[in-house]
Write a protein of this length. Structure first.
Length: 123
């Protein structure tokens, strides 16, 4: 899939200095829109957290990257890195991730990874 990302988007540099707004262009691309729709259809347009944790059928309105785009852009279009969530669960996931990364040694490792430039080379 990294090749597909390279082909669709060219050379991408990911560094610590990038912010979330710098990935907005990605979410407007037809490739993301198609991948998002495939993920929603795979999950029957249902929030997977509500379904697994509470046995509640809640419509999903967000497709979440398990490994964030800022962390590893090569996983951006991989279906196994996507999960359908409702807005409330999506916010909870981000809050939990921020707490976890802020309070553990893993956060330091994560920041080190993000601070290194990662290049996706166009083939």
């Amino acid at each position: 899939m990294a090749d597909a990302v390279s082909f669709l988007f060219g050379v991408i540099e990911v560094s610590k200095s990038r912010n979330k707004q710098q990935y907005d262009w990605f979410y407007r691309k037809p490739a993301w829109r198609k991948c998002r729709m495939i993920a929603l259809e795979r999950d029957n347009h249902l929030c997977q957290h509500c379904l697994e944790k509470h046995d509640i059928f809640t419509p999903a309105d967000v497709v979440h990257h398990i490994v964030y785009v800022e962390t590893d852009f090569t996983l951006a279009l991989q279906l196994d890195n996507l999960i359908s969530l409702c807005h409330a669960c999506h916010n909870k996931v981000h809050e939990e991730d921020e707490k976890r990364f802020r309070n553990t040694k893993k956060a330091k490792r994560q920041r080190m990874i993000e601070s290194k430039k990662i290049k996706v080379v166009k083939l």
